[in-house]
Design a protein around this ligand. Structure first.
Ligand code: BES
Ligand code: ZN
Length: 635
């Protein structure tokens, strides 16, 4: 059963000193191993790392807000098998102007056939060159990048740029091997127009930037740990910073700074709690940036600088589970990374478990139990939707269309898997194992097979009765839910569930103690209501609880879903406002989908709103919604 995984022979050595044509001696750089074996191979990359691989990326780019392009030079360090004479990179829409080797000698290159998702292979005849320079610019529609006009920002006066690399979008602005199993160190020098500030997912070397010609400043960064290239990220705009703790702080537009800092007061405590659980935070600073509302995800775990949606700003710190989640990725995902996106549960599932443990440590068991219970409900809904026998409900997703976490299954089922193991072996033993797992495999790629081999070698240790009780292979490779699953605490929502029963039986909204509830209780209540509601009952709910005016995006979202499913006209203004105000895919996609399902009532609304909202959305959000509007499945 255990797959023997060999490290590619030429990259076994732990450190190398890259040969450099510059005068300054190059620092010793860590070269991370690459896994070989069928379970580790990545069908989303053109790279052939066993022949030649990138170990370091140095970017020297101008952010051009006029043409919406990143333009300049990427210098790549390469390790190659003996005799290797070419390297294959990933490219999507990049305009390659020249590739040169030592002493500026031109190297021949070809761009192969374009694939709609993967882009094009960029094959370079490197000969004996092991450091190459690529002069290029990104296409004007690079999917990783969103260039915002001043009206799309909070301050309304300056443009803004941010990137989103996961899963395979960074190849639209960085010519490298865009695979999570090919870790690379990196450095960057980015110029941007005054007065914009540039931040990236690495150490900031120029706190205030340095002059770089008329009206521009240059900003330098470096990442000395090898990271998967989807974690290289950039944002530029009118940014302000406020410290939150010793090594934590928040970046955002000045107009957002007070609100953001207020919401994030517990960030340093979260880092401390995470370290107590599973070992040292190894990335130096933990800063976050609260982005404009078109950011297509809740959060993105870019190292040293988590990217966050402003939709988590509820005013009462209720949605900071998002921060716990992105912080947890500093271990699960960023230290240990899925080797390919079939195993994204190793990133997202382990992180969702870890997130809940941080929430428990910082906010107590009751709150964590409620969030775990909501996650259980999400998983059940996912299983129902996909069908519990669908192979897509296995944690290891064998399908070719996997995209690394768009299906909620890997989050919730992954977390419940680890919770199940925790309950069976006991928390102390489980925690000791998980912590040692992070230490053993830090800065390495991971597969399901390797994960299970580690768990068997270091936790099960040949105990056959325990092995039978755990059902490890069923959890990872089989669809549906194994019968040993640790169930949520039924007491978590006891009061809410009683209120739901009473309301569903005809009770009044005014008898529901809604105002005393937290967001999780409110969401649980709204989701548990009978799906069919009369307009009168919906009006009663809205009037009594102020649902359409809710400042909590999670509560507002489940309310709008309920209203739309009942073709309840009074929720349309709030729906329209919400869809115009933010572009987070998790909220936008299902709302358009729900409207489109309501035929002649909903389709015209969806079309009208989308026509206005689409120009403000990121490509991650428009991609699936475009398909929905054409009557196709979101894909
Ligand atoms: N890494 C993901 C975001 C992601 C997933 C980007 C798949 C591209 C493909 C991030 O950590 C995440 O999971 N974000 C969630 C929030 C979380 C609390 C579940 C989100 O964006 O909603
Ligand atoms: Zn995540």
């Amino acid at each position: 059963m255990r797959l023997l995984l060999l490290l590619a022979a030429f990259c076994v050595s732990a450190t190398v000193t890259a040969s450099t044509p510059r005068s300054r001696p190059a620092p010793a750089r860590v070269v991370a191993p690459i896994l070989t074996g069928p379970d580790a191979s990545d069908i989303q990359t053109y790279a052939r790392p066993e022949i030649a691989r990138v170990t370091h990326v140095a970017l020297d780019l101008n952010a051009d807000f006029e043409t919406h392009r990143m333009a300049g030079i990427a210098t790549l360090d390469i390790r190659a098998a003996p005799g290797a004479r070419e390297i294959i990179l990933d490219s999507k829409g990049l305009e390659i102007q020249a590739v040169t080797g030592p002493r500026g000698a031109a190297l021949p290159f070809t761009l192969g056939a374009n694939d709609e998702t993967r882009g094009q292979p960029l094959t370079i005849r490197i000969g004996t060159a092991r450091r190459i320079a690529i002069r290029y610019r990104s296409g004007p529609d690079a999917e990783a990048l969103q260039w915002l006009t001043p009206p799309q920002t909070a301050g309304k006066r300056h443009p803004y740029l941010f990137s989103q690399g996961q899963s395979i979008l960074n190849r639209t602005w960085i010519p490298t091997q865009d695979s999570p199993g090919i870790r690379q160190t990196w450095e960057a020098r980015i110029t941007a127009p005054v007065p914009l500030k540039v931040v990236m997912s690495g150490e900031r070397l120029t706190p205030n930037g340095v002059a770089a010609g008329p009206g521009r400043r240059a900003w330098r960064f470096r990442m000395t740990h090898p990271v998967p290239p989807y974690l290289i990220a950039i944002a530029a705009g009118d940014l302000a910073f406020r410290p939150l703790g010793r090594r934590t702080g928040v970046w955002t537009e000045p107009a957002m700074l007070d609100r953001a800092a207020h919401e994030l007061v517990d960030t340093e405590r979260m880092v401390e709690a995470a370290e107590r659980l599973y070992g040292p935070y190894r990335w130096g600073r933990y800063d976050v940036i609260v982005l404009p509302p078109s950011f297509p995800y809740g959060g993105m775990e870019n190292p040293t600088l988590t990217f966050l949606t402003p939709t988590f700003l509820a005013g009462d710190r209720s949605l900071v589970g998002l921060v716990a989640h992105e912080l947890a990725h500093s271990w699960s995902g960023n230290l240990i990374t899925n080797a390919n996106w079939h195993d994204s549960w190793l990133n997202e599932g382990v992180t969702s478990y870890f997130e809940n443990r941080i929430m428990e440590a910082v906010y107590g068991r009751a709150r964590a139990a409620q969030e775990a219970s909501l996650s259980w409900d999400e998983m059940q809904a996912g299983l129902r939707e996909l069908g519990a026998t669908s192979p897509r409900t296995a944690l290891h997703d064998p399908s070719d269309e996997m995209d690394g976490g768009s299906s909620g299954i890997v989050y919730d089922k992954g977390a419940i898997f680890l919770r199940t193991v925790e309950h069976i072996v006991g928390r102390a033993r489980f925690d000791a194992w998980l912590r040692s797992y992070f230490d053993r495999h830090a800065f390495e790629p991971m597969t399901s097979a390797r994960f299970l081999a580690d768990l068997r070698a270091n936790l099960v240790r040949g105990d056959r009765a325990l092995e039978r009780r755990l059902q490890l292979d069923a959890w990872v490779y089989q669809p549906g839910l194994p019968d040993n699953a640790a169930r949520p605490d039924p007491a978590a929502f006891a009061q809410v569930d009683a209120a739901v029963q009473a309301f569903n039986a005809g009770g009044r909204a005014s008898a529901v103690p809604y105002q005393g509830w937290n967001w999780a209780e409110r969401v649980r209540f709204i989701k548990a209501l009978e799906r069919r509601q009369s307009a009168a009952r919906l009006a009663e709910l809205d009037r009594t609880f102020g649902l359409s005016e809710s400042g909590n995006a999670e509560v507002l979202y489940v309310w709008l879903r309920l209203g739309i499913a009942n073709r309840y006209d009074p929720v349309i203004p709030a729906t329209e406002h919400f869809l115009l105000a933010m572009g987070r895919r998790k909220f936008a996609q299902p709302l358009y989908q729900a409207l489109m399902r309501e035929g002649d009532w909903g389709r015209p609304i969806a079309e009208r709103v989308y026509a206005r909202a689409r120009p403000g959305y990121h490509s991650v959000t428009t991609g699936p919604i475009d398909r929905i509007m054409r009557g196709q499945s979101p894909g």
